[in-house]
Write a protein that binds this ligand. Sequence first.
Ligand SMILES: CC(C)(COP(=O)(O)OP(=O)(O)OC[C@H]1O[C@@H](n2cnc3c(N)ncnc32)[C@H](O)[C@@H]1OP(=O)(O)O)[C@@H](O)C(=O)NCCC(=O)NCCS
Length: 163
Amino acid sequence: MIQVRHGVADDARAAVAVWSAANDGSGPPGHADRLLVWAVDPDAVLVIAVEASTTVGMVLLLAGRADDGAGPLLPELGHLTGLAVHPEYRRQGIGTQLLIEAKQAALDAGRTRITAWVRDHNQVALDLFARHGFAPTGRTATDSAGTAMVLLEASGDEDAPPV
Ligand SMILES: CC(C)(COP(=O)(O)OP(=O)(O)OC[C@H]1O[C@@H](n2cnc3c(N)ncnc32)[C@H](O)[C@@H]1OP(=O)(O)O)[C@@H](O)C(=O)NCCC(=O)NCCS
């Protein structure tokens, strides 16, 4: 049975190994190292999916900052990065559960805006984010691997049950 929970510092290495396996070398150079640093940042929330004692998925909620992460902290902003499910565990709803849990973590931390960069040809991820209220902001960029990215944004309460 898959359990989705917040990770601790000791979970970071296994989580980032899943990200590396999920991206099969296609991620931007050095991103796995950045994820390892961010995963143990006390302002970040690491969300992992675990089966028995094996980590099979991850996503990171980072404290939002102005200027694409270079500026001052923005308390209302959260930023998602590193969403990944191990190839052998896909299409079981794990990515969906990770996204829901990360959005809830954002909401719990008072972060009402959540952003994420997604590769513009990654239709699976674009559709997944769209189903959870993320829409294109109109901003695009090219990552350090030369891949075109689009910036998506959602408000934190899109998955909340209707009142
Ligand atoms: C994107 C990713 C996290 C989705 O993980 P997942 O656990 O398969 O997601 P889910 O099982 O919750 O699938 C959600 C829906 O996405 C769609 N989907 C998932 N994998 C798909 C595929 N290979 N082809 C087509 N649609 C797919 C389906 O609609 C699926 O629901 P369904 O199977 O009930 O129809 C995973 O494919 C992955 O790790 N990809 C590589 C890394 C990546 O692209 N991360 C996103 C960076 S922003």
